[in-house]
Write a protein that binds this ligand. Structure first.
Ligand code: ZN
Length: 339
């Protein structure tokens, strides 16, 4: 009960990439960079284990950014001529690559780090990839001329890599869909269908992560415009409850999300965000346990997992791992109080 996990990314060591940035530059190149990524992956696993996390990830140490870390391995994308695009309904601008031809995987995307991680931990292992809707919201289209068609093409590639990750021994495959909190009608119209294509044929645990974004200024500013109660989940959870996805990861700690909305996810595992990634203040175990306890009022205890609100990539490393230790201690406390 109340097993703990992470939404996905963790900070990279400063010898691997620029710290505290969402789009950091690598510090090394070629074979040296590959070796450093592998070292950082092992460290991330060790630090999660030492913090007491039950289901660990590779910390996304091998990717520069959660979306473009996948796109780099896709043929049909022009990275040399990036264009400026408004992202998440124009919440912020980013320089993005362009789709210029039929999409195809160049080979394995996360094979190296998945095999490495699997060989070095006995814990359950989770891998994350960007969801199809979030990908098409983070890239310019000069080829398909139709967002849904392009999303389905990406979903097929995600499925190809997901099946390979499952064969590598990965226990949970999660798709990150922050865009699900922005385009709620699209979620119902084609977003879940795209996820179904991405998980097609998988036997491992499948998850979708839906949040209000990394703890960066553009997101924090956006949250101030969302009013006293954030009810985006209310529109998508009923459709997700009917979907084939097993787990839903959501934001809760310090969020204005009414926790009772998780009732709408009947039957799903709930990865409740008990750690705020937009604040450097380290949660007390009591604060973590309080969110978990609140969730137990609206969902079966055995369906609840302790998680972070979102990825921790841009955070300070010492703070991120202190927060993970608080998450594990808070879940332990919750087992005593509510178990
Ligand atoms: Zn997130």
């Amino acid at each position: 009960m109340f097993e703990t996990t992470v939404a996905g990314s963790l900070p990279k060591p400063s010898w691997l990439a620029e710290p505290n940035k969402l789009w950091p530059q690598w510090r090394l190149q070629g074979a040296e960079l590959d070796a450093a990524k592998a070292d950082a992956t092992l460290l991330a696993i060790k630090e999660q284990e030492d913090a007491g996390i039950d289901i660990v990830s590779d910390g996304e140490q091998s990717r520069q950014h959660f979306v473009h870390g996948f796109l780099e391995f896709v043929d049909g994308i022009d990275f040399a001529h990036k264009v400026e695009m408004g992202i998440r309904a124009d919440r912020y601008k980013a320089m993005v690559p362009q789709v210029v031809g039929d999409l195809k995987l160049k080979g394995r995307v996360h094979g190296n780090e998945a095999k490495l991680a699997r060989a070095h931990t006995k814990k359950k292992l989770k891998f994350t990839m960007p969801g199809p809707m979030t990908i098409v919201d983070t890239i310019a289209d000069r080829h398909y001329g139709d967002k849904v068609k392009m999303a389905m093409a990406f979903a097929s590639l995600l499925n190809q890599e997901a099946r390979a990750l499952e064969a590598d021994g990965v226990d949970t495959i999660q798709f990150d869909e922050p865009a699900f909190n922005v385009y709620m009608n699209d979620v119902k119209e084609w977003g879940i269908e795209a996820l179904h294509r991405a998980i097609d044929g998988l036997k491992c645990t499948t998850a979708v992560h839906i949040c209000y974004g990394y703890g960066i200024k553009a997101n924090n500013d956006w949250k101030t415009t969302l009013g006293g109660e954030w009810r985006q989940y209310e529109e998508t959870f009923p459709a997700l409850a009917k979907s084939k996805i097993k787990q839903v990861s959501l934001e809760a700690q310090n969020a204005r999300v009414p926790i009772h909305l998780i009732k709408l996810l009947d039957g799903k595992d709930i990865l409740i965000g008990a750690i705020d990634v937009a604040s450097d203040e380290i949660e007390t175990p009591e604060k973590v346990a309080a969110v978990i306890g609140e969730a137990t009022k609206y969902a079966a205890k055995e369906k609840i997992f302790g998680c972070t609100n979102c990825g921790m990539a841009p955070m300070r490393r010492d703070i991120a791992y202190a927060k993970l230790a608080a998450l594990a201690k808070g879940a332990e406390l919750a087992r005593k109080k509510f178990g």
